[in-house]
Design a protein around this ligand. Structure first.
Ligand code: 5GP
Length: 345
């Protein structure tokens, strides 16, 4: 047994230090980034914020709105090939650079991916998602997908340490998804005692990935636009959001009414709710590692998107970053013991 004693940080442990700036307005900040991916060699330009591949978040409806803001949606894996057909037949061709097709790692998943990718060869992104990206079988599946789709941009995860980021990049991933346990609907840290403070995971994994020409997504743990700015400041190339996008018209999940207040159901992909929907219940050998929550109904997602983009733009102006691309370089984190004044919260 070993104990690592150096301090690891979450978003709540830091603030971004302001710096002298000659930017006049946050409207001047360029939010788009351009990446050329390691293996696919594809060039992509867009706002690097992604709706998570959860049943209630990675919906076609969310994708439609986020695409208008040049943001991405990881479409959840439970849509059928027919659903894909239906959605894409009405879409502008620009949608292909704004969506990811997501898959698990079973043979059935591979077959379904082949069908969807075969029907829609313009799809650019494949996201291979498992809760624990450390298993050999996951790495083998990634290599298999890379071999089958040499020119797709492949996202793989989740992991939280540099050595595993390197292994995934060397096994065919262009982008590695980073985060174990920070999610708003996640109970891994209490059920399994496993995890890694998200900001430190991002800082360490970004360093490992960038050394090899790869990219990372900070996945999970953002509770407000300031956390997204901190993830980018820490070196994340992309940030993925679940809970912050829950509760809207475009989110999946049932709308319920109680005491005159409306709520939308939001649940983790390993929650009892998700397992009952997709796997016929929680298997005897496992515990659910996700929550089911009722989120107060929040109306159209476009307002939340504006708030998020405004917050990240504001962070950039405070440190003098004319473009999101410069935010990491201009970020100095200060460790803090309090975040905000809670008098009215
Ligand atoms: P959030 O933005 O809500 O904090 O985090 C979203 C992320 O939480 C997702 O992208 C995914 O990585 C993770 N997640 C989603 N559902 C579950 C779950 O049931 N259990 C765990 N451990 N993580 C989940």
């Amino acid at each position: 047994m070993r104990v690592e004693t150096d301090l690891k940080l979450g978003f709540k442990d830091v603030l971004i230090r302001p710096k002298r700036s000659n930017l006049k307005s946050r409207a001047q900040v360029k939010m788009e980034r351009t990446f050329t991916f390691l293996h696919s060699k594809r060039q992509w330009t867009g706002v690097p914020i992604i709706a998570a591949n959860m049943d209630t978040i990675g919906t076609f409806e969310v994708a439609g709105v986020l695409a208008e803001h040049n943001m991405l949606t990881a479409i959840h894996k439970h849509y059928t090939p027919a659903d894909w057909q239906n959605f894409l037949k009405d879409c502008d061709s620009r949608i292909y650079s704004r969506i990811m097709v997501c898959t698990g790692t079973s043979d059935d998943d591979f077959g379904k991916l082949a069908k969807i990718a075969g029907n829609h060869p313009q799809l650019e992104f494949i996201c291979i998602d498992v809760a624990n990206g450390y298993s050999e079988s996951f790495v083998a599946f990634l290599s298999r997908v890379r071999e089958a789709y040499p020119d797709k941009t492949i996202v793989a995860g989740n992991v939280v340490t540099g050595e595993m980021v390197e292994e995934l990049l060397l096994s065919g991933a262009d982008v590695v998804k980073v985060g174990i346990g920070p999610g708003s609907a996640c109970t891994t840290r209490t059920k399994a005692g496993v995890g890694y403070p998200q900001l430190s995971a991002v800082i360490e994994c970004a360093d490992a990935a960038h050394g090899l020409g790869g990219r990372i997504i900070s996945d999970g743990g953002c509770t407000c636009p300031g956390d997204i700015a901190k993830a980018f400041g820490g070196g994340a190339d992309f940030t993925m959001l679940g809970g912050m996008l829950a509760g809207h018209d475009e989110s999946g999940g049932q709308l319920v009414e109680r005491g005159g207040q409306q709520y939308k159901l939001f649940y983790g992909m390993s929650s009892k709710t998700a397992m009952a929907r997709h796997a016929g219940g929680v298997a005897a050998y496992r515990a659910s590692e996700g929550k089911t929550v009722e989120v107060p109904y929040r109306g159209p997602i476009a307002e939340t998107v504006k708030d998020i983009l405004g917050g990240v733009r504001s962070a950039c102006t405070y440190v003098g970053a004319e473009a999101l691309r410069e935010l990491t370089k201009r970020t100095t984190f200060i460790r803090v013991q309090e975040q905000e004044n809670r008098l009215f919260s």
